[in-house]
Design a protein around this ligand. Structure first.
Ligand SMILES: [Fe+2]
Ligand SMILES: [Fe+2]
Length: 398
């Protein structure tokens, strides 16, 4: 059996951004590795961080959730004091005695390798995957230095990729001035926005507790999805004249009950008289929305009826639902991390112009999909489709 090939992409990740992810994915796509440990540093030796270790960790987990080859690692965060690459490689080696280890660096870093703590050892502990620096040019004495290091036992692989910027400082400045940079992955952008990180204005009330609770309650992919739904719901609300703050709150909380065990969800539903619909009581896919509204109220302190309604109807829709609830229901099905489905791009395009028409198309697509597979379609979805058809038919301006 061939050895497992494990790479390490370390960094302050303050915050993690698209440049880091492009670098990680390019390394993985080049075929050198089976998986890549994405490892935020604990206490960077010569830097102070703009965000706490907890925030940098949660953002890293959210950013990596879309590709299972990207594996967030707490190894450096959980070590006390400064962590040198030598220590990191030693610990990864202990965890994976049979693996080949790789360490991702930028071309600039190669010029400093000899100054690293216990460099003569580090050079032999892994193969370095060298990514091109921004601008694409190499330092003048690069080839000579690579030759010297190779003579000391180091191994280098040059990763074929477009150069990327890995500096987070522009992103922090941009956030401090209230501008959300496009170079942040959507869940990280929403994380920074709702928590007001790096001086971004307008932190959401209670959001620190919410994020901690959601992070504990949801799997990484669902956590990233919730942030992404919040971002999309807020944007749809802005376009269509609804309250972006409420849409964002509902987006964050809409799946808060997703992983509550079925028995516990039934108990919550029965105790609070949420539904006597047997279809709901037998399906987690249906029940998590109505239970979610209750949990949002009881455990997250959400009391706004408009937000609770949006959570309650986010999966089936409901005849007469508010336009705010439509924003959240639609955002759930079109957020950028969503797996592709046949009508996705059509629904996305339509959502820019009409909430009602986009939601109608989205629910019709769901109904076709469900029925074509001989599965159960809840009557509420069918009723919502009929209701939307009627209001769209009566009002051409929608
Ligand atoms: Fe859901
Ligand atoms: Fe969802």
């Amino acid at each position: 059996m061939s050895k497992e090939r494990i790479g390490i992409l370390g960094g302050t990740f303050d915050p993690i951004h698209c440049g880091h992810l492009r670098m990680g994915l390019s390394v993985l796509d080049s075929g050198c590795l089976d998986r890549l440990l994405v490892m935020p540093s604990g206490q960077p030796p010569h830097k102070s961080c703009g965000a706490s270790a907890g925030d940098r960790w949660k953002m890293t987990v959210a950013a990596c959730a879309f590709d299972r080859r990207l594996v967030p690692s707490r190894l450096e965060l959980d070590r006390k004091g400064n962590t040198y690459t030598f220590d990191t490689l030693t610990l990864v080696r202990e965890d994976h005695p049979g693996a080949d280890l790789f360490y991702v660096i930028g071309a600039d870093t190669l010029m400093q390798l000899r100054t690293w703590h216990r460099a003569e050892k580090v050079l032999r502990m892994c193969t370095f995957l060298v990514c091109p620096r921004e601008g694409g040019s190499l330092p003048a004495d690069y080839a000579a230095e690579e030759g010297r290091l190779t003579g000391m036992g180091a191994r280098f692989i040059h990763v074929p990729m477009e150069p990327v910027s890995v500096s987070s400082s522009d992103i922090r400045s941009s956030l401090a001035s209230g501008v959300l940079p496009g170079s942040l992955p959507v869940p990280v952008r929403e994380y920074c926005r709702c928590k007001g990180l790096y001086g971004f204005p307008g932190k959401l009330d209670h959001v620190d507790d919410w994020i901690d609770q959601l992070f504990a309650a949801l799997k990484p992919g669902r956590f990233a999805h919730s942030l992404s739904v919040a971002d999309t719901a807020g944007r749809l609300a802005e376009i269509h004249g609804e309250d972006p703050l409420r849409a964002e709150q509902a987006g964050l909380l809409h799946d808060c009950a997703k992983y509550i065990p079925m028995e516990e969800m039934r108990r919550i539903a029965e105790t609070n008289g949420l539904t006597d619909d047997s279809a709901f009581l037998e399906s987690g896919a249906l029940l998590h929305s109505v239970v979610g509204a209750q949990v949002a109220q009881d455990q997250y302190g959400m009391t706004d009826p408009a937000v609770l309604e949006a959570i309650r109807y986010h999966n089936t829709g409901c005849p007469g639902m508010s336009r705010l609830a439509m924003c959240v229901c639609l955002a759930d099905s079109i957020e950028p991390l969503r797996d592709s489905y046949p009508l996705l791009e059509d629904v996305r395009a339509l959502a820019e112009r009409s909430l009602e028409r986009a939601l109608l198309l989205s629910l019709e697509g769901t109904a076709d999909y469900v029925l074509s597979r001989g599965k159960y379609l809840h009557p509420r979805t069918r009723d919502t489709i009929s209701w939307l058809k009627k209001i769209v038919g009566q009002n051409e301006s929608l």
